[in-house]
Design a protein around this ligand. Structure first.
Ligand SMILES: NC(=O)c1ccc[n+]([C@@H]2O[C@H](COP(=O)([O-])OP(=O)(O)OC[C@H]3O[C@@H](n4cnc5c(N)ncnc54)[C@H](O)[C@@H]3O)[C@@H](O)[C@H]2O)c1
Ligand SMILES: O=P(O)(O)OC[C@H](O)CO
Length: 335
């Protein structure tokens, strides 16, 4: 079934290119990227050195700068652009997308101006399409270097999700189906904030005990907010939540953890962002997440401290003093 489907993937960065290269092994795939140089390099050399310096892409992957070419004939659309440009990209493909074509989102963030999840944003711009997310502990460079990984493909429709599962999986990329797209999407977006916190802690010399405590309390915060926003707890305990939290908070490849490391070493958020050429979604997501928590009266001490460092200019050292400043109560309680 998957071999008959044509796939259009939007976004020529690290993850869009990686997923396009995986999917191209299973189905004809066209990747849309803005840069003519990137498109020419993918088509001629089968590489995207700016984002994936050492990777060789599947030779059959085609790239284009034309949205109509990537989207017009596609049976499945995959969104691989960063969260803050997802709405504009969805609006831009409206003239080209065919009715009822399923759309899978890869992004792990919230829209800054609305706090909405990416499938909510895409659904508003492109109503009437089955929507899903592919998410999990998936560092692009590791996957392109041939190391095994697992992900969940989460959709409400259990027939379509099984058809699409074959499209994304390869020998080393295990794809599980999941029927809680809200939970899967929330896990992927929330973990980035905790990766910033972990990076700050690591830069400040946190021990393994400290990091383990921070990760465990991060998982508790993810559960507290995620469940309030409609996630199922077991999804947040799985690959899309706990799995991705572990990968992102511990990998030197994580951009979000790197932001935390730099903040912890004393740089301002402006200095950190000026030195980065790739997206770290947690920087933008922490604002809407903190607002959602405040609006619901949900206590998220780690999110609060990351928000203070990223948006209020507080030093990273004060984040850790902040986390230790309240007396610990029951483990089931915030704090
Ligand atoms: N890199 C990973 O390991 C990884 C893994 C899983 C999920 N993700 C998620 O995938 C999403 C994309 O991340 P990435 O790693 O590919 O980012 P990236 O920084 O590597 O690449 C971003 C891409 O988006 C493009 N872009 C930026 N602004 C654009 C616009 N206005 N219109 C069209 N394209 C635009 C850039 O040119 C670039 O090609 C993020 O939400 C990220 O959290 C990343
Ligand atoms: O590099 P990061 O921090 O954006 O994380 C990449 C992936 O989301 C890890 O699963």
């Amino acid at each position: 079934m998957a071999r008959e489907l044509k796939v259009g993937l939007l976004g020529g960065g690290s993850w869009g290119t990686t997923v396009a290269s995986l999917v191209a092994r299973n189905a004809p795939t066209t990747l849309w990227a803005r840069s003519e140089d990137t498109v020419a390099e993918i088509n001629c050399d089968h590489t995207n050195r700016r984002y994936l310096p050492d990777a060789r892409l599947t030779a059959s992957l085609r790239a284009t700068t034309e949205l109509a070419e990537a989207v017009g004939g596609a049976d499945v659309i995959v969104f691989g652009v960063p969260s803050q440009v997802t709405r504009a990209t969805a609006a831009a493909i409206r003239p080209f997308i065919r009715p009822w074509v399923p759309i899978i989102s890869l992004a792990k963030g919230f829209e800054l101006s609305t706090g909405k999840r990416m499938t909510e944003v895409i659904g508003e711009e492109l109503p009437g399409h089955p929507l899903g997310v592919l998410t999990g502990p998936n560092l692009a460079k590791e996957i392109m270097s041939g190391l095994a990984a697992a992900a969940v493909l989460a959709m409400d429709d259990d027939v379509i999700v099984r058809e699409l599962q074959d499209l994304f999986r390869t020998g080393l990329f295990r794809v599980y189906t999941n029927d809680d797209p809200v939970g899967a999407e929330l896990g992927g977006a929330l973990k980035n904030i905790f990766a910033i916190a972990t990076g700050m802690g690591d830069a400040l010399g946190a021990g393994v005990n400290t990091r383990s405590a921070l990760l465990t309390r991060s998982q508790a915060e993810m559960m507290r907010l995620g469940v309030a926003l409609g996630a199922r707890a077991e999804t947040l305990m799985g690959l899309a939540g706990m799995g991705d939290l572990l990968a992102t908070c511990t990998s030197p490849q994580s951009r979000n953890r790197t932001v935390g490391l730099e903040l912890g070493s004393g740089k301002t958020i402006e200095q950190v962002l000026a030195s980065m050429s790739q997206v770290a979604e947690g920087v933008k997501s922490v604002g809407p997440v903190w607002e959602m928590a405040c609006a619901r009266g949900i206590e998220l001490p780690i999110v609060r401290e990351v928000y203070a460092v990223v948006h209020e200019g507080a030093p990273a050292t004060s984040a850790f003093r902040g986390l230790l400043s309240t007396a610990a109560g029951s483990e089931a309680e915030p704090g």
